[in-house]
Design a protein around this ligand. Sequence first.
Ligand SMILES: Cc1cc2nc3c(=O)[nH]c(=O)nc-3n(C[C@H](O)[C@H](O)[C@H](O)COP(=O)(O)OP(=O)(O)OC[C@H]3O[C@@H](n4cnc5c(N)ncnc54)[C@H](O)[C@@H]3O)c2cc1C
Ligand SMILES: *[C@@H]1O[C@H](CO)[C@@H](O)[C@H](O)[C@H]1NC(C)=O
Ligand SMILES: *[C@@H]1O[C@H](CO)[C@@H](O)[C@H](O)[C@H]1NC(C)=O
Ligand SMILES: *[C@@H]1O[C@H](CO)[C@@H](O)[C@H](O)[C@H]1NC(C)=O
Ligand SMILES: *[C@@H]1O[C@H](CO)[C@@H](O)[C@H](O)[C@H]1NC(C)=O
Length: 581
Amino acid sequence: MSKKALSLTLVFLLFFSLGLSSPPEDPIKCSSNNTTCTITNSYGIFPDRSICNASQVVYPTTEQELVSVVASATRAKTKMKVATRFSHSIPKLVCPEGQNGLLISTKHLNQVLSIDVKARTMRVQSGVTLQQLINEAAKVGLALPYSPYWWGLTIGGLMGTGAHGSTLWGKGSSVHDYVLELRIVRPSGPQDGYAKVETLNEQDQDLNAAKVSLGVLGVISQVTLKLEPLFKRSITYVAKDDSDLGEEVGGFGHAHEFADITWYPSQRKAVYRVDDRVPMNTSGNGLYDFIPFRPTSSLELAVIRTTEDIQESTSDANGKCLVSKTTTNTLITAAYGLTNNGIIFTGYPVIGFHNRLQASGSCLDSLQDLRITACSWDPRVKGEFFHQTTFSIKLSLVKNFIEDVQKLVQLVPKGLCVIDLYNGILMRYVTASSAYLGKQEDALDFDITYYRGKDPNTPRLYEDILEEIEQLGIFKYEGLPHWGKNRNLAFEGAIKKYVNAEKFLRVKERYDSQGLFSSTWTDQVLGLKDGVTIVKDGCALEGLCICSHDSHCNPSKGYYCRPGKVYKEARVCTHLKSERD
Ligand SMILES: Cc1cc2nc3c(=O)[nH]c(=O)nc-3n(C[C@H](O)[C@H](O)[C@H](O)COP(=O)(O)OP(=O)(O)OC[C@H]3O[C@@H](n4cnc5c(N)ncnc54)[C@H](O)[C@@H]3O)c2cc1C
Ligand SMILES: *[C@@H]1O[C@H](CO)[C@@H](O)[C@H](O)[C@H]1NC(C)=O
Ligand SMILES: *[C@@H]1O[C@H](CO)[C@@H](O)[C@H](O)[C@H]1NC(C)=O
Ligand SMILES: *[C@@H]1O[C@H](CO)[C@@H](O)[C@H](O)[C@H]1NC(C)=O
Ligand SMILES: *[C@@H]1O[C@H](CO)[C@@H](O)[C@H](O)[C@H]1NC(C)=O
């Protein structure tokens, strides 16, 4: 954008703002007569670029209302799905089957029901957000020790997909492992009035199914969580050369309670988060307002995206590496959004109360005009649009995986500059869970975000490298895909990696024998139907398939299906100059 255009845009922004607020749009939209509705996710689109349909949406506020909604839909054999305020999962989990499904929104099931300070427990409705939970607990001196880093998730939704923070300590990294009791409304026969409330506590085997359910067992109405007394933490980010990363990861995770690592492979750099509890009387009132989750200037978002589009279309690897270094250095200098007192960062360590450090998401609460700021992925503005590949590899295999990625970087040094605009690879410690669809062993979760073109047929710069890493992680090292992220291919055969998958399916059969809460997508992911991957021209570019034929890439743009460079069994879309010219 020229300087003149830029200043004109600024003038426009200053004088023509209409006071529209910028919190994300509702993911559910209905026609004015309420006969047709659509649902999507917070990115505005699912992995196959569809949006989904439903014929009705309801907003219950109490368990009683939930029961009557589920009962009447069950009597009518209507397909149902639970939807949340923001719909933050990437895959099509929230889509009811077909055109005539019912969406049950938890938007107004958002009350904290009770807190027992002495017993350190909290009972909430399932639509309560992580932000609400953290704040309400802190008010009475309690804390959920480990949580996702983004506070816009609901309790029902984050349990649905097994969401987690990072730790190898205590009861582990996943929120669902702190559930003492939950109440779930499920379909039933006429003898029960077509719906039934199950109350599951730690003595019930069924809790292991309901804790991570992909939403297919019914509607979770209430959840009781085990908390602990609020505490303080001390955080220091330490940047290091990545040459011994594979050696370091195991010990680092055991040494620091809230450890994580952000890895920038093309910069040969890893940033270690040294993060531990400190005594309550340690001084400090730090705050973590993670920069990528802040309201971001819409103008800046557009400039960044336009630059990235141009670099992609001109295969400007050097430009990408330059942006990569600048972005990383800026984030490191700004301590990723940590401040010592809520205002400025003056140096490490940053010490503060857990509730001010564990999660953030200030872009959700911004009241500015959409044309001024937004969450960086808000589909209503020109901003980030990306794929996300997230899998966890058991700790014993992590070193080998990391070394394979490092071999790739040696072969193609600039190949991974493309992920640094999205802050590299976030590595978090996750723990074995009794949940049937939870983590099977202690593991390291790798979270990789990267460019997605608006045009599905446009190949990405170095897409072969990212596809190889995706296949290395998921297939060679048997990584478990995060249920709420990823592209279709990551779920191929995933269910076979869970030793208790059969037990989960038996509970599903008992709770919802007609599959009213299931859809083609959940059946596919659970191994009950084929077709997780979609084979068609260009499918590998979008992660809908692993290429097995050149047409799954884009030969007209010089991208052909070829074996991986380090993992020969991988099949990736590689740019071949000679064949193009
Ligand atoms: C910016 C961002 C940051 C993230 N950070 C993390 C992170 O740090 N760690 C992590 O693990 N994940 C993270 N995620 C992923 C996130 O955890 C999952 O996508 C999560 O499931 C989304 O929760 P949600 O409330 O938006 O639920 P949705 O995506 O709306 O729903 C997820 C599933 O749960 C079901 N469901 C929802 N409520 C209920 C209910 N009451 N009863 C039964 N089923 C229900 C839905 O039907 C659906 O199947 C992040 C996502 C984003 C966008
Ligand atoms: C459509 O549904 C919404 C939400 O249930 C409700 O608020 C609105 O009044 C309905 N509109 C009509 C025309 O029925
Ligand atoms: C509802 O509105 C849609 C257009 O928004 C129209 O096509 C449809 O016929 C209407 N249905 C009823 C029952 O009025
Ligand atoms: C939703 O309905 C529209 C219009 O009928 C259709 O084009 C689209 O494919 C449907 N979406 C899904 C996921 O079936
Ligand atoms: C914090 O409290 C402990 C005992 O409770 C005491 O020994 C220590 O000196 C205190 N530290 C500070 C910094 O006040």
